[in-house]
Design a protein around this ligand. Structure first.
Ligand code: PAF
Length: 281
């Protein structure tokens, strides 16, 4: 596995691969890899000739009072995991390499970026779209792999790829859960043992909602209220939002019909966790 830290170095490698007619798969990450990330790597390997994993904790997507400084990092452990998966290259630039002095350009996916998590994390999706577009320009992937755990990110990036004619396929892959249902996330590392025990309430509340819809419930407000009260019954959990929205526009729906995303963000202790289910009604 080749380790690359500069944009110029990555572009050289990409030029060589493209010259050999290779189809590049990119898995963008912020590191501290878990089984969810590795599932994306395996998808990429099955669909691409070469796989690049980027590891970059992107300051542009963190708010001033968010966890940029304490975000978990362990590059050596990550590199060992990726080596074992047979990844071709890991791109791990510094902040100065990605945002050199004088950096001024940002991408905004209007409307979509302000919904769901965008309300409590203003500027987050602008940071995500910007860094992902930069990574696309550097790595020139045919395919890029993202998990449905970050459903809004998937929708925002699909919109950006279509709107800007990027010619990159955004491959959205299944959310990966722990055995007790907790969605895998690097931020789960913040949870105390008691919080970790409480955290599967997110998944349980969504699974109960899914059952309710399967039994015929179509009133979005009722489904959302059911999820809220299940979470509020857990003393360590505090709801940021629970919403049922159109999977395409992320606009709230009153009636559950077509493709619906039921998404939530919940603080467990001080850690903000997200989860969702997609329903085809
Ligand atoms: O999903 C993430 O880890 C990040 O938002 C991404 C896509 C790597 C951009 O920094």
């Amino acid at each position: 596995m080749i380790r690359v830290t500069t944009v110029a170095g990555m572009k050289d490698l990409v030029r060589r691969w493209r010259g050999e007619g290779k189809r590049i798969g990119l898995v963008p990450t912020m590191g501290y890899l878990h089984e969810g990330h590795l599932s994306l790597v395996r998808r990429s390997k099955s669909r691409s000739d070469v796989t690049v994993v980027s590891i970059f904790v992107n300051p542009a997507q963190f708010g001033p009072r968010e966890d940029l400084q304490k975000y978990p990092r362990d590059l050596e452990r990550d590199a060992a995991l990726l080596e074992k998966e047979g990844v071709d290259a890991v791109f791990c630039p510094t902040v100065g390499e990605m945002y050199p002095a004088g950096y001024k350009t940002y991408v905004q996916v209007t409307e979509l970026e302000g919904r769901l998590c965008g309300k409590s994390r203003p500027g987050h999706f602008r940071g995500v779209a910007t860094v992902v577009l930069k990574l696309f320009n550097i790595v020139e992937p045919a395919l890029a792999f993202f998990g449905w755990k970050d459903a809004q990110q998937v929708i925002v990036l699909k919109r950006m790829a279509a709107d800007l004619d990027l010619g990159v396929e955004i491959a959205a892959c299944p959310l990966v859960r722990e055995p007790d249902g907790l969605a895998m996330s690097s931020r789960n590392a913040y949870l105390s043992p008691e919080e970790r025990k409480a955290a599967p309430v997110l998944f349980r509340s969504l699974a109960a909602a899914e059952k309710l819809v399967a039994a015929g419930e179509r009133d979005a407000a009722k489904v959302v209220a059911g999820i809220r009260s299940a979470i509020e019954a857990e003393p360590l959990a505090r709801v940021d939002y629970v919403e049922a929205v159109s999977l395409e526009t992320l606009e709230p729906v009153a009636e559950l019909a077509g493709e619906v995303l039921v998404a939530l963000a919940v603080f467990v202790g001080t850690t903000r966790l997200i989860d969702n289910v997609r329903l085809r009604v």
